[in-house]
Design a protein around this ligand. Structure first.
Ligand SMILES: [Cu+2]
Length: 297
């Protein structure tokens, strides 16, 4: 029974992870599978030997050699130390390299231009701002296929975590902070996105659909959003939207404030003297700098 349920459980929680739809997701999948295989090099022989030894040295097997004073074997020591050491070394190198290749803050190399989308977590919904298109949506995302997307991620409330499992890396959303993640969809389709960090009552319905569309369909979608009578101006429209709701419907906004994302982040800094007091970075456009880039400077 246990042996049957394990793969079922794995397939249940790993389906999106094991069925990636973008380059980041594919890289993470191959890391998981390679690491899993390497670890099985230790696990499988141990399981086999446990059964074999128990069988061979059972009390009723009078043919087995009885050596009550045996205590050391160089050959066994060599195997039980050398093989795991080599595997750990190899796993370490592989994980180090993959983690840096798929660093969430690292732009995706592509001939196509990277587009920017702001993802803002609220209680309990996602607000997406498209600064280049001048539109905003709640709980619905559309991105053109094979286009790298730079998600700037922040929160209007407590800490959340932005993730579209099919596309790859998750990243934390924190109020007053600018985090970012680069993702790309290489297959057409609709993928489930969510917060992966518990944030209270309405958390379980804090879900959105991410549509990876053709360029033409993306343009049609933008035009559709642009027909909405609603706007998303900071801070008035935002404050209304930010009221906690559970299971919020998809909403479209045909206009957004020019620097909505920057305004939202700066609103958290006013507590200690406004953006000017942040002089050590010397960045007028601070919110557009990812955390990693600030640290690197
Ligand atoms: Cu942070």
């Amino acid at each position: 029974m246990t042996w049957l349920t394990v793969p079922l459980l794995l397939s249940g929680c790993g389906s999106a992870l094991m069925d990636p739809s973008g380059p980041v997701g594919q890289g993470l999948k191959s890391l998981i599978i390679t690491a899993f295989g390497l670890m099985l090099i230790v696990v499988i022989p141990v399981i086999v030997m446990t059964i074999l030894f128990a069988w061979k040295y059972r009390g009723t097997n009078l043919a087995a050699k009885y050596t009550p004073n045996w205590e050391h074997s160089n050959v066994i020591e060599l195997f039980v130390w050398a093989i795991p050491c080599v595997i750990i070394l190899f796993l370490g190198i592989l994980t180090w390299q993959t983690s840096h290749t798929y660093d969430p803050h690292k732009p995706i190399a592509s001939e196509d231009e990277t587009m920017t989308i702001d993802a803002i977590s609220l209680d309990w919904k996602w607000l997406f701002i498209y600064p280049e298109q001048g539109i905003a949506t709640v709980n619905e995302l559309a991105i053109p296929v094979n286009t790298p997307v730079h998600f700037r991620v922040t929160s209007g409330t407590v800490m959340n975590s932005f993730m579209i499992p099919n596309l790859g890396s998750q990243i934390y959303a924190m109020a007053g902070m600018n985090n970012d993640v680069y993702l790309e969809g290489s297959k057409l389709g609709t993928f489930r996105g969510r917060s992966t960090h518990y944030s209270g009552e309405g958390f379980s319905e804090m879900l959105f659909d991410a549509h990876v569309t053709s360029q033409a369909d993306f343009q049609a979608w933008v035009d559709k959003v642009k027909q909405s009578p609603d706007t998303m101006m900071f801070p008035d429209d935002y404050n209304k939207l930010a009221q906690p709701t559970i299971g919020a419907p998809v909403q479209y906004f045909s206009q957004v404030s020019p620097d909505f994302y920057g305004d939202l982040i700066r609103s958290y800094k006013s507590g200690h003297g406004g953006p000017q007091s942040h002089g050590e970075h010397n960045q007028a456009q601070e919110p557009s700098m990812p955390m990693s880039a600030q640290a690197a400077e």
